[in-house]
Each structure stands twice: as C-alpha cells, then as structure tokens.
Design a protein around this ligand. Structure first.
Ligand SMILES: *[C@@H]1O[C@H](CO)[C@@H](O)[C@H](O)[C@H]1NC(C)=O
Ligand SMILES: *[C@@H]1O[C@H](CO)[C@@H](O)[C@H](O)[C@H]1NC(C)=O
Ligand SMILES: *[C@@H]1O[C@H](CO)[C@@H](O)[C@H](O)[C@H]1NC(C)=O
Length: 245
C-alpha cells in the first residue's frame, strides 16, 4: 500500500497531463472512469493486503500455539518416560520382594510336615502296665503329611533341620498311675503324670524343639503305668514343623 501511493500519484499525473493536452470535456469522463477503476482496484488491493496481513498475523499466532503445544507435548513425553521408568523400577522392586518371599515358601513346598495319631488301631483297652519303660506306638494315623511319623515304631524322624512343635495327650482309667514322657533321641524332654486317678485321668504336654535332620522324637510309657484309648482317640501324639532352619 505504501509503495502504491507514489505509483498512483504518477499515474494520476499522467492522466492530468494528458487531459490538459487533449480535449478536456471528452476525455475527462474517461479519466474519471479510469480513476474510479484504479481507486476500486486500489481499494481491492488494500482489502486483500489487509486480509493477507490478518492471515499472516493469525499464522504467527498459530505457529506460536503450535510451538507451545509442541513444548507441552515434549514435557508430557518426558514426564511419561520418567513415570514409565519409575514404574519399571517399582516392578523390579516388587519382583525382588516377591522372589524373596515366594522362594523360601516354594522351597518349603514338599517339606510340609504334620502328623497326628492315636494309640489304638481299633477297639479299646489299656497299654501297660509293664515293669519298665516302653515306647508308645500310636497306631491309628489321623494325619501324616510328609510321612515323618512311623506308625509301626511310634517314632517321628525329623527330615530336615527346623523348629518343631509336639504335643501328647494321655487318658487313663482309675487303678494305676498314668505317666508318659516325650523323648528326643534318648533324652527325656517333658512328661505327664497322674497318680492313680479316682475316676480317670487326663494329662497333656507340648514342646517346641529345634531338631537336626535325623533327630528322633517319641513318647514312652513309664514302668508300672498305663494309658487307655478307644474310638474317641483320647491318647494321642501330634507334631508339625513350625519352620525350617
Ligand atoms: C478326662 O477326659 C475325659 C474325656 O474328656 C472325661 O470324660 C473325664 O471326665 C476326664 N477326667 C477327669 C478326671 O477330669
Ligand atoms: C539322634 O539320633 C539320630 C539317629 O540315631 C542321629 O542321627 C542323630 O545325630 C541324633 N541326634 C542327637 C542330637 O544326638
Ligand atoms: C478317631 O480317629 C478316626 C481316624 O481318623 C476317626 O475316623 C474317628 O472319627 C475318630 N474318633 C472320634 C471320636 O473322633
């Protein structure tokens, strides 16, 4: 538009000079017509220039907006990458924790040890009295996971080093004393005792033992003592591995 002003002036001057030089009345119409044409063309050009300018401004704004969006996008990408990395780290951490938790458990699998047995395989009756101590053989197996208890000998043999819990319970009729001890190999660990109960006697004891693989645990009836059992499974011997060592 700025550039156009001097050109327009020149053009006008040419027309004015031409008008002076020739028949004014006849050509002045043409000149006015041409001038109007040029004016409207000039206005059209101005309008187009304004539109272009407006579009160009909008373009600049859009570019700035795109730039802004690209920056935001970049920032979000970085944040996402960071989060993904953190998640990965967490997952690795969880895996590590899981492996430390599940591995010992899975190692223990197949080493689950628990048993319960009662004295009489069937029927009812007393065991004892004998002159001296005898091992009690609990013949009726209620549970024997891991098969560490032998119902032929009454002996539990630790299949692995660990902490074990044992419990024994005895029931007896009146008449003579009831006395039973729990042994680890040849060492007495704990006992129950009832001196000639008037009606009948019940007693129980339980121990936690640290056993090495191969250590044996059993109960023994004292000399001149008895225990009784029937279908109620009164007199029993139980044990289980608390945890391996
Ligand atoms: C011993 O236990 C049996 C069975 O539970 C019961 O019938 C009996 O009365 C108990 N004996 C004593 C002296 O409490
Ligand atoms: C217990 O007896 C078993 C079998 O004889 C043996 O392997 C083990 O070493 C003994 N344990 C102790 C503490 O004496
Ligand atoms: C005694 O143990 C046997 C074998 O597990 C079982 O079938 C029975 O019901 C038990 N008796 C009582 C009175 O619990």
């Amino acid at each position: 538009m700025m550039k156009m002003a001097p050109i327009l002036q020149s053009v006008l001057m040419c027309f004015v000079l031409a008008a002076k030089a020739q028949d004014i009345t006849l050509t002045s119409f043409d000149i006015l017509y041409e001038l109007n044409e040029i004016k409207s063309l000039f206005e059209l050009k101005e309008t187009i220039e304004q539109t272009l300018k407006k579009q160009s401004d909008e373009m600049v704004q859009l570019k700035a907006r795109v730039q802004e969006l690209e920056e935001t996008n970049e920032a979000m990408k970085n944040a996402l990458e960071e989060t993904t990395m953190k998640i990965q780290e967490q997952e690795n951490h969880i895996k590590l924790l899981q492996s430390s938790v599940t591995e010992p458990t899975s190692q223990k699998r197949g080493k689950d040890i628990a048993f319960s047995a009662s004295l009489q395989s069937s029927g009812l009756g007393n065991i004892g009295p004998y002159n001296s101590e005898i091992g009690l053989v609990y013949k009726k197996v209620l549970t024997n996971i891991g098969k560490a208890y032998n119902s032929e000998t009454g002996i539990f043999t630790a299949p692995l080093k660990g902490v074990y819990y044992f419990r024994f319970y005895a029931h007896a009729k009146p008449g003579t004393k009831m006395a039973v001890s729990l042994y680890r190999n040849d060492s007495k660990v704990s006992s129950i005792f009832s001196w000639k109960p008037v009606t009948n006697g019940n007693a129980s004891n339980g121990v936690v033992l640290i056993l090495n693989s191969g250590d044996q645990v059993c109960t023994r009836l004292w000399g001149n003592a008895w225990v009784y059992d029937d279908d109620n499974n009164y007199t029993s011997f139980s044990g289980f591995l608390l945890f391996p060592l």
